[in-house]
Ligand binder design. Sequence first.
Ligand code: NAI
Length: 475
Amino acid sequence: MTIKKICCIGAGYVGGPTCSVIALKCPEIIVTVVDKCKERIAQWNSDRLPIYEPGLDDVVEKCRGKNLFFSTDIERAIEEADLIFISVNTPTKTFGHGNGKAADLKYVESAARMIAQIATSNKIVVEKSTVPVRAAESIMNILNANHKPGVEYQILSNPEFLAEGTAINDLINADRVLIGGANTPGGQSAIEELCQVYEHWIPRKNILTTNTWSSELSKLAANAFLAQKISSINALSAICEATGADISEVAVAVGMDKRIGKEFLQASVGFGGSCFKKDILNLVYISECLNLPAVAAYWQQVIDMNEYQKTRFSAGVIESLFNTVTDKKITILGFAFKKNTGDTRESPAIHVAKTLLDEGAILHIYDPKVEESQIIEDLSMDHVPDLKHKVKIYPDAYSATKNTHAIVLCTEWDEFMQLDYERIYSEMTKPAYIFDGRKILQHDRLQKIGFIVQTIGKKLTRSAISRSWGSQSQI
Ligand code: NAI
């Protein structure tokens, strides 16, 4: 079989960009991305795509209506496809067994059941979603139990390594593509079919083929390693603040060792995004189920350190503002979990904003790409009924900072580095504070303007007021 038609179930942050790039690179393959959410599909078919991702609009514009389609007709797309990606969400379970840790596979299972119900010809079913090790076995069980005569399935694992904000570049210039499958003639030939799709643009040497379980585990492992690097540098940032070492200098010195590498060594308010926390929790849960408590505790600590960092940063803001923020106006610059995305899932800004709201602050929020409705939804808390009076969303950084006491920078958007901070300072309440949770601003310059500046992993000693976080001394 040569793949002529691909269906992708799930038109989200992964399914949309991945299939757009496949369509771009494989003009002879018809790619249909389906979703049960009508609004999402309508947005994919409009000029305003449901997700912001640099370069995505161009790719969609080139392919949509030619060999790339977005549809709610799931049945038809499954029926016609030779290969089906399952790219649905796999959130952390919020109930029952494994509550708060295990991956909730209900969407994967429902996709598998739909395939079993609809398919009347052979299909290669590809797990693109991040799943626990041996999830492919469950999918196979569902498909086999609902087997129609003459229909054969092959299940592959093909986890996605793209990062939001750089998804198109990550897909086009992937470090590697990983494909896991069964060590049977059918499994191997399915791997070969999928390899041929990727070989349209990825050199063969960068396409790794493994057994299914290695592939599933590698995705969890890769995210765990990445998050562990961030938690490690964040842990060291606390030591820097207490000792006078500078975490940026430490990061350069450590990162120049090729065995460690310089990427992902930027100390910050903490990592966010839909994947790191959920995937590590999943790894912790798997380790516990396998009766490996030491392994579970090891990875749990990566998440605990991230929570500690977010809490430490928020506490530092409050402490610096004379230990009270009640009725103080505070600007939150950036709400997305990182730059170049509008995604707020697990954004550290949510943690910081909620802590400040709890303490009675009034928040002025600006983010270049996050919708107002999303921010309000993320900050909704039962005990803060008058949220609309406590949170105001602004269309730019200047109006958001006017007449506020402090700026808390939560997302590393490039535009925050280019702002006219003289102008901002002149329009803020004095003393004016900046808390740089991403270490992207020029702290010396800001201090010269008059700001009291605090950042992560460096004790900035200019005035009596600025002091290291965690210190209990009062001014
Ligand atoms: P998402 O939430 O943006 O998209 C999932 C989509 O699947 C939603 O639009 C939902 O309506 C749809 N869906 C769920 N069940 C369905 C069904 N039965 N039929 C049709 N549509 C259905 O999720 P996202 O971020 O794209 O993640 C998908 C998977 O990829 C997850 O397992 C995630 O862990 C993994 N992943 C995510 C990355 C990211 O950066 N967001 C990166 C790499 C992997």
